[in-house]
Design a protein around this ligand. Structure first.
Ligand code: MG
Length: 159
């Protein structure tokens, strides 16, 4: 078994869609980034890559590469899933938290988990997505940005 953790932050700006876990969440602002800036999927990808000691998403999908401009992070997650599969890993579970003052994310959590599970070809029951605020404190509290954290457990190779 191998454990991995991921953390990511993106800035909230006008004129962008808010995409979290592959779900377009209604909001007057969206996250800024080279890709669709899906901060949740980025944290999950970094946790997966970290568990396998395969670097990080910046290394696999550089934000200077025009190929990744505006790309769906779910498409990148599929690539990470295939990479791990190719190395003989199996994903035991993923547990992730989105940290945002608003909008309220509870209605979208099941769909986010389904999207992530589908991209990784694992049952949705292996993916847990949670959401919390930071009680108005810090950059998430002020609405400047959204953060996400993820931990994963991989089995395979040595068991
Ligand atoms: Mg990111």
């Amino acid at each position: 078994m191998r454990i991995g953790q991921g953390y990511d932050v993106h800035r909230l700006v006008d004129g962008r869609d808010l995409v979290l876990g592959g779900v377009k969440v209604p909001c007057e602002k969206g996250l800024l980034g080279h890709s669709d800036a899906d901060v949740l999927v980025h944290a999950v990808m970094d946790a997966l890559l970290g568990a396998a000691a395969l670097g990080d998403i910046g290394q696999h999908f550089p934000d200077t590469d025009p190929a990744y401009r505006g790309i769906s992070s779910i498409a990148l997650l599929k690539k990470v899933g295939k990479l791990l599969e190719g190395q003989g890993y199996r994903i035991e579970n993923i547990d992730a938290t989105v940290i945002a003052q608003r909008p309220k994310l509870a209605p979208y959590r099941p769909r986010m988990a389904e999207n992530i599970a589908e991209a990784l070809r694992i049952p949705a029951a292996r993916v847990s997505i949670k959401a919390t605020t930071e009680e108005g404190l810090g950059f998430t509290g002020s609405g400047e940005g959204i953060a996400a954290q993820a931990v994963v457990l991989l089995a395979g190779q040595q068991g």
